[in-house]
Design a protein around this ligand. Structure first.
Ligand code: SAH
Length: 393
């Protein structure tokens, strides 16, 4: 990172999004760059009339600047400490009870584009999705130490996959503290092991916390099928809330292992739980069992708009199959985390599934991501998780 001043000047009329506090500057909006710029550099963004608009990280590609501040300020230690302490203050204000797991920094939602930090009882995972954030890891670590103080136990950097084009040799590594794996945490009184190193994403899908809690309200005495179960989040909540039995399905053997470990960690009677390592569509197609409640939480079917049509077809097929396996009056908890499938499109897709399944369906809940995954109102792309709880008749 350099102290040189690099100016990114926008084309006339291409400054409106930044003026509305959208934190991304696309390559097509840029007229010229004054100064020699390298990926990850701090650059200042100006309108065609030379008005200061913001300061942020530069990167080659379609999103060329990720704005860190719309004020004319230095991106120095104070900046990083302020941003991380604001992020932490929001999480404290949520007063999460019997929970020591939360998302501490949610990228654009915390005005830190490209940075994700998850908190597991003081053990952190950071994921840098931009070169600028990757090169700022010292500042980020320093701020975490200042803000979290003795609460900070370790920091594991899991950025390697995101920056492999520029830094092919980079591996995931500990930035601070001992290499601790299988961290034991609690979420709404449910216990989980977190495997930061080998787990998917940051190790745990914190974004489903409130939705898992909602499931526990409906679970007593019920038979539950939790598909795409990963580490068994929904399964553990359902069983701890008195479900009659739970089947957990995931195509990854590692996920099934994590799920089984979490069932045992909660001292749940193994007779009440069955785990199946299989593709969900195959499982639903081949099983003749019916359930009171089914959870569908697939990975993002579309990562890009070009894949949206196929994704919608995928959601439709999956949901139709699941609706036909639900007992009369039972519930379907169905989710999509594809950012390019918005809530209206998801809703319409589910309606198509209901028509195809010939079931009469009522919507009980509209679900989304929790407040520790805040969405910048001017960056609607940040809202990715959509869910519906449907009563299937
Ligand atoms: N519901 C989970 C998170 C799900 S993440 C929780 O609350 O933690 C998505 C999971 O789907 C991953 O574990 C992945 O291994 C699994 N998966 C992906 N494709 C699958 C498929 N076709 N069939 C079954 N599982 C699949």
């Amino acid at each position: 990172m350099t102290n040189k001043q690099i100016k990114v000047i926008l084309k006339s009329g291409k400054d409106e999004a930044v003026r509305r506090f959208h934190p991304w500057v696309f390559s097509g909006a840029i007229k010229k760059i004054e100064g020699v710029v390298f990926e990850g550099d701090i650059v200042e963004v100006y309108s065609n009339n030379n008005e200061f608009l913001g300061i942020g990280h530069y990167q080659d590609g379609s999103i060329m600047v990720r704005i860190l501040s719309f004020n004319d300020q230095k991106i120095d230690d104070k900046f990083w400490i302020d941003r991380i302490s604001e992020a932490y203050a929001l999480r404290l204000s949520l007063k999460l009870e019997n929970t020591n797991v939360f998302r501490l920094v949610n990228a654009e939602g915390d005005s830190l584009p490209g940075l994700i930090i998850d908190y597991f009882d003081g053990h952190l995972v950071i994921q840098c999705h931009s070169i600028g954030m990757f090169l700022s890891r010292d500042n980020i670590l320093n701020s975490l130490q200042k803000v979290l103080k003795e609460k900070l136990k370790s920091v594991y950097d899991k950025s390697a996959d995101n920056i492999v084009d520029k830094y092919p040799e980079q591996t995931n590594c500990y930035l601070y503290g001992a290499s601790v794996n299988n961290i034991e945490v609690i979420e709404n009184n449910n216990k989980f092991y977190i495997d930061r190193e080998k787990g998917q994403k940051t190790g745990f899908f914190i974004d489903q916390r409130e939705n898992r809690n909602l499931l526990s309200r409906y679970s007593q005495g019920k038979t539950v099928l939790n598909t795409f179960c990963y580490s068994g989040g929904f399964s553990v909540y359902a069983l701890n809330a008195g479900a009659k039995s739970v089947v957990s399905v995931d195509s990854s053997a590692k996920a099934i292992e994590l799920c089984n470990n979490n069932i045992n960690l909660n001292s749940i009677n193994n007779d009440l739980h069955k785990s199946v390592c299989e593709d969900t569509i195959e499982y639903l197609t081949n099983s003749n069992e019916e359930f009171d409640i089914i959870i569908l939480d697939p990975p993002a079917y579309a990562k890009h708009v070009n894949a949206r049509h196929n994704a919608v077809q995928g959601y439709k097929r999956l949901n139709t199959l699941a609706m036909n396996k639900i007992k009369k009056g039972g519930l379907l908890f169905t989710f999509s985390c594809s950012q390019v499938v918005n809530s209206q499109l998801f809703y319409n897709t589910i309606m198509s599934s209901a028509i195809l399944s010939k079931r009469n369906v009522r919507v009980l809940h509209h679900l989304t991501q929790p407040a520790d995954h805040p969405v910048n109102l001017f960056h609607p792309e940040g809202e990715y998780l959509k869910g519906l709880v449907l009563e299937i008749n």
